[in-house]
Design a protein around this ligand. Structure first.
Ligand code: ADP
Ligand code: ASP
Ligand code: MG
Length: 408
């Protein structure tokens, strides 16, 4: 008989200290029995990755990506070894593996490498020997044997890719909240835990700022239809299932609210209103290696128009330099920027079939005296760019406007 295979991923807060590592080990051992194999993916303890990054920036203004990955990947190696020791102390057979040892192959885009394959051979061998496997998350190796990392939050991706590689029956993501909520429960205490959410909705929420799951991991889960169970490492309570389709017959218009405080706005003033000008501007920004997001261009009445767009905050300096250079070239006016912005978004697949959703969001923001600077929509989301200091108020206001405190 084929044994059941469970993949469990424990995030940094779940293994933050020795007490938590022991508690997680206890839980892992409780899942292993003669009919079930368990493979665990673990993140670095608490703020280890941030601390390592800070160290690097104390040494170098621009640390090389390859060495950065070598450094950042060590956090997971520590938690992986310690967790395996704790499991062993509880009498279970166990093996700790780095991403490299587990055969996680990636391309060579350091700091955000893409997983190409996981051989799974070593893990299958360990299962045959009746061992629990603890694999370091967030890391892989290139064909030239260079160590890579998978982007922040990348242990989620390691878990999903591993679940696919070893054909797991269950993929559980353990974290410090009880599941996916209507919004960040640390910000809005009225936020409700959802029983289910679709891959599309979760992908949109993650991309728009809900840090609970890494967006790329959801892309992979969606592609291979791997249902994910997001739950707390502090309790046995059921969490949230991330699935392809919901059990509910009708889509709900709005399922969640997110905020993203990691963007900045650039405005190029008095841009000549001629064919080809936008192409020149955004080619220049792309050449600088910056991803542009919300773009707003007003209709011109004077043959000149302002163009505003947002970029990730860490890329602001690069983007500004490119924008200033291109503004001169096309004889545009001043280039302005604003770091103090935030994006507040609503997400829900039912938006496609419900009317008045945008109006309700804008109404709620107006009543709370929050000025909307830019608007962007997708098929299942609406985002407003607003002042940074109003972000938390806006999330609370919009959450209430859609009665999400009553959501399930
Ligand atoms: P881990 O260390 O387990 O990877 P993260 O810190 O990456 O955990 O993600 C969990 C955190 O995500 C929670 O503590 C919570 O504050 C935050 N969060 C943001 N939005 C949501 C949401 N919609 N539902 C649940 N948690 C959210
Ligand atoms: N330790 C990495 C990070 O902090 C990966 C992860 O936790 O998923 O981003
Ligand atoms: Mg995380």
């Amino acid at each position: 008989m084929r044994k059941k295979i469970i993949v469990q991923k424990y995030g940094g807060s779940s293994v933050a200290n020795v007490i938590r590592i022991k508690a997680v080990a206890e839980r892992i051992v409780s899942y292993k029995n003669k009919n079930t194999n368990v493979a665990v993916v673990v993140s670095a303890m608490a703020d280890t990755t941030d601390d390592l990054e800070t160290l690097a920036f104390q040494i170098a203004k621009n640390p090389p990506d390859r060495e950065m990955d070598l450094l950042l990947s060590t956090g997971e190696q520590i938690s992986c070894a310690l967790l395996a020791m704790a499991v062993r102390e509880r009498g279970a057979e166990v093996i700790a593996l780095t991403g490299f040892q587990a055969g996680v192959k990636t391309d060579n885009t350091y700091t955000k490498a893409r997983v190409q394959s996981i051989s799974g051979e070593r893990i299958k061998k360990a299962f045959k020997e009746n061992k629990i496997v603890i694999m370091a998350g967030y890391q892989g190796i290139t064909e030239n044997n260079d160590i890579t990392t998978l982007g922040r939050g990348g242990s989620d991706l390691s878990a999903v890719a591993l679940a696919k590689a070893i054909d797991a029956d269950v993929c559980e993501i353990y974290t410090d909240v009880k599941g996916i909520y209507t919004t960040d429960p640390r910000l809005v205490p009225e936020a409700q835990k959802l029983t289910q959410i679709t891959f599309d909705e979760m992908l949109e929420m993650a991309s728009l700022g809900a840090q609970v799951m890494q967006a790329r991991s959801i892309e992979v889960a969606k592609r291979f239809n791997i249902p994910l169970h997001v739950r707390s490492s502090y309790s046995k309570e059921e969490g949230t299932m991330i699935v392809k389709n919901m059990d509910k017959i009708e889509d709900i218009a709005v399922r969640g609210v997110t905020s993203n405080k990691n963007e900045a706005k650039i405005t190029i003033c008095a841009v000549p209103d001629q064919p080809g000008i936008s192409a020149i501007i955004f080619n220049a920004i792309a050449k600088a290696g910056v991803n542009v997001d919300v773009i707003v261009q007003n209709v011109s009445h004077t043959k000149k128009t302002d163009i505003s767009f947002t970029v990730p905050k860490p890329d602001l300096a690069k983007a500004l330099k490119a924008a200033e250079d291109v503004a001169k070239k096309i004889h545009a006016g001043d280039v302005l920027h604003d770091k103090n912005i935030a994006r507040v978004s609503i997400v829900g697949s039912g938006m496609r079939s419900h009317q008045g959703i945008a109006a309700r969001m804008f109404d709620a923001l107006a009543k709370a005296k929050v000025n909307i600077e830019m608007i962007a929509t997708s098929e299942i989301s609406i985002s407003c760019i607003i002042a940074l200091e109003k972000a938390d108020l806006a999330v609370k206001t919009v959450h209430k406007a859609f009665d999400l405190q009553k959501a399930k």
